[in-house]
Design a protein around this ligand. Structure first.
Ligand SMILES: [Zn+2]
Length: 374
């Protein structure tokens, strides 16, 4: 995975060859994610084996791994301070996810911690060991436990494993809270509020132990890097957070990005098309590209394969085009049914419109209901 940028050769012959290279790289990523089984697996660098076969752990960069197969993509920072997990998957996958996380922790934190590649070409990276105080104070022995969970929204596939993972974990060291013994859970306050209205009510252990309001929340340095949780209003829902691991430079988007489907705009929970476009533009503000729009900041989407800024730009363009089309059609006085019949998403449907649980007609309805008409 980390070898990808060097595999992308400089190309001056035109965009077509570059697209072919990008497509090949994308295929490679899909292969690692277990969606295909081809010879390309031979070239994948060795990775820690997840003990739950259905869950694949994909090294992204630095401390960060993406776990695929838990009902939604789950990202995790693994290191000396323990495991910080972004989202907890579907409830029926929580045992498998926990086993995969424990396997990953065993293989990464039980042995002498490998000197990570850090950032760029510097070897040695002494600053990477910045949180070395913690293992000599309160740390339980390796393998390190899950110390915290961040929920990017209140969707069932984001919070489903909260109770299982939190009670299996232990809060210590960074962000140690006096009244929290399980792993802490951080979410935007609108997620806590939405969860408190669910029926049946979630277990107390599943509820956020700490909710935030305002534009963002800086968590501590964890595993040697800043972890920033950013709130993006009224996008997929009214409680969307994105998580930036700032030294590994991996951004976890939750439901804002879905590489296998159109993004879900959950109108009943405060999602809007304008907020969705704003959130995608915000990702592009944060992301830094490496070469010709490729590589650089790695994006862990809510579902589907790993992405980079080029994928986000494509996705942002698509959603902006849809918004403008629907705004224009509704200005002309067309009804929802007429706009749906006009198929304003048709050119992208072959790639993103195949999800029976979130059809193009449903997306159009959500956009139509939330678009600013002027
Ligand atoms: Zn989802």
């Amino acid at each position: 995975m980390t070898a990808l940028p060097t595999q992308r050769r400089c190309d001056r012959t035109g965009s077509r060859a570059r697209l072919a290279i990008a497509a090949a790289a994308a295929l490679g990523l899909a292969t690692v994610a277990g969606q295909r089984s081809t010879d390309a697996q031979q070239s994948v660098p060795p990775r820690p084996a997840a003990s739950a076969a259905a869950i694949r752990a994909i090294p992204v960069r630095g401390n960060i791994y993406m776990l695929a197969g838990a009902g939604a993509n789950v990202a995790v920072s693994v290191g000396k301070d323990g495991l910080v997990v972004v989202d907890s998957g579907s409830p029926d996958k929580s045992d498998a996810l926990l086993a995969a996380l424990q396997g990953l922790s065993r293989s990464v934190t039980s042995r002498a911690m490998p000197e990570p590649s850090c950032v760029g070409v510097v070897s040695g990276c002494p600053w990477w060991n910045s949180s070395q105080f913690l293992p000599i104070t309160a740390a339980p022995p390796a393998p390190r436990p899950i110390i915290g969970i961040i929920n990017t929204s209140s969707d069932a596939d984001r919070i489903g494993g909260n109770a299982r993972l939190s009670t299996a974990g232990k809060s210590f060291g960074v962000r140690n809270a006096a009244n929290v013994t399980n792993a802490w859970i951080v979410a935007h306050e609108n997620v806590a509020s939405a969860m408190s209205k669910l029926t049946p009510a979630p277990a107390a252990d599943a509820m956020p132990s700490e909710s935030y309001f305002g534009a963002d929340k800086k968590l501590n340095y964890i595993n040697g890097e800043p972890v920033i949780v950013s709130y993006r209003p009224a996008a997929h829902s009214n409680g969307d957070s994105m998580v930036h691991f700032r030294a590994s430079d991996v951004l976890v988007t939750g439901e804002i990005m879905d590489m296998a489907s159109y993004p879900v705009i959950d109108v009943a929970h405060g999602g809007t098309i304008d907020g969705m476009v704003d959130a995608l533009n915000w990702i592009l503000d944060v992301a830094v590209v490496e070469h010709m729009m490729e590589g650089g900041t790695m994006i862990v989407p809510g579902h589907g394969r790993l992405a980079d800024a080029a994928d986000v730009a494509y996705y942002r363009d698509m959603m902006t085009i849809f918004r403008d089309r629907i705004r224009e059609l509704s200005k002309r006085g067309m009804t929802l049914a007429q706009i749906q019949a006009a198929k304003p998403t048709k050119d992208y449907d072959p790639r993103f419109g195949r999800n029976p649980a979130w059809t193009p007609a449903q997306l159009v309805e959500a956009m139509y209901k939330t678009i600013k008409k002027s």
